[in-house]
Design a protein around this ligand. Structure first.
Ligand code: FES
Length: 122
């Protein structure tokens, strides 16, 4: 069970929710479920509207970082990830700072997800 804390100037206060382990819900689907207003458009990794900034509440808890090819190429196009960060994610399990909420699946780690409310503005 992971705790996902959403934080944004769009919200009156932070909201922490549980992501069920083994569930394959994306952060965007989880946000939907709890009426968290992360901007989105395509829900498919193409538009970049759902850009979020992710921090790990306990850095020792990190798991393998799954980046889809679609997410990698969109984040690169947006200038939000470098080749070095991709390699660090895939080889050293070092999570990149920015993700796409519609591609990122919450697993066992507790994370804080920040977004500005501006589409693609993280
Ligand atoms: Fe379009 Fe996530 S909603 S990339």
């Amino acid at each position: 069970m992971a705790i996902v804390t959403f934080t944004s100037p769009m919200m009156h206060k932070d909201k922490a929710v549980y992501a069920v382990a083994g569930d394959t819900k994306t952060i965007l689907a989880l946000a939907d479920q709890y009426n968290i207003p992360i901007p989105f458009d395509c829900r498919d990794g193409n538009c970049g509207s759902c850009l979020i900034e992710v921090s790990y509440d306990d850095p020792t808890q990190k798991k393998g970082i799954m980046l889809t090819d679609k997410e990698k190429s969109k984040l690169k196009e947006l200038g939000k990830i470098t080749e070095e960060e991709i390699e660090n994610a895939e080889v050293n399990d070092m999570p990149p700072r920015y993700r796409l909420a519609c591609q990122f699946i919450a697993r066992d780690e507790d994370v804080t997800v920040a977004f500005s409310g501006v589409p693609g503005g993280a």
